[in-house]
Design a protein around this ligand. Sequence first.
Ligand code: UDP
Length: 327
Amino acid sequence: MKTVLVTGGAGYIGSHACKALKAAGYTPVTFDNLCTGWQDAVKFGPFEQGDLRDRARVDEVFDKYDPVAVMHFAALSQVGESMEKPGIYWDNNVGGSLALIESAAAHGCKNFVFSSTCATYGDQDNVVLDEDCVQRPINSYGASKRAIEDILANFEAAYGLKHVIFRYFNVAGADRDAEVGEFHQPETHLIPLILDAIAGKRDALTIFGTDYDTPDGTCIRDYVHVCDLVDAHVLGLKWLLEGKGSWVFNLGTGTGFSVREVMDQSKVATNREVPFNTGPRRAGDATKLVSGSTRAAAELGWKPLRSTLPIMIKDAWRWHQTGHYDK
Ligand code: UDP
């Protein structure tokens, strides 16, 4: 069976990717330092604990498994935190990725699937966010991801490392069987925070900013189901293994929802009120991030099947009520 090295496989998206890889006939090897991930989430293949900045440890894992490809999810990913502590974003995300990419190149592993973000586009008014759009990140998280995209391009030129870059919009939902799901500590993402407020695990959701230039004054995002997202990764992996070369794909649905609309839909999906209050804007937040591309559908044959708000919220709610990780 072909082995794929999955960095961040103990995290939210990485754990769902491992499940999808296993279902597609690959062995996913999780490499994770557990700084935000959970060993309990590693259910679909071997686990190797380590930090990407430890090049010797990364080399050891390449030697042990000889993977055909890397899927690189491991990263710090909080916009707000990245504005307060930019150094850890450059050190962890860029430093760790560089060691990983160097090790992949040194071991002749030439297929690399990278988890990038729409935050690399920044806050652009009236601009269609497709893959050719100029990248102007407004937060350190987006800047760190753009830098890694640049590293990949340089390593392709020097060593022939082929890469598929996925620029995600907002990932939500959970595995249908609730085997894995979203569990961050502390939680900073909108939908799990709404569900926490609904369930009484926190007093209320705070809406970050009600004075944006949008119809209801709150930020607009394009939400994509984590299971659809990881399906695209399996298609991207096959794309690379078929020798189709390096590409960039947005992963979003093309439809945006405001924070208030997500709250309204959460009320309907759970049949419960969402306790909330309003607060100031969060540093680094763009007004509107909605994908303007259908490239993943056209080229990869990607068909998002579960990326509607009712399904994403219901899947997240099911996980919220039944699933959690202890360690
Ligand atoms: N948001 C909010 N209150 C929260 C968390 C998030 O109003 O407690 C808003 C945030 O400002 C953004 C949207 O919800 O407009 C999505 O934020 P999230 O952190 O989930 O994802 P991001 O867009 O930062 O990747």
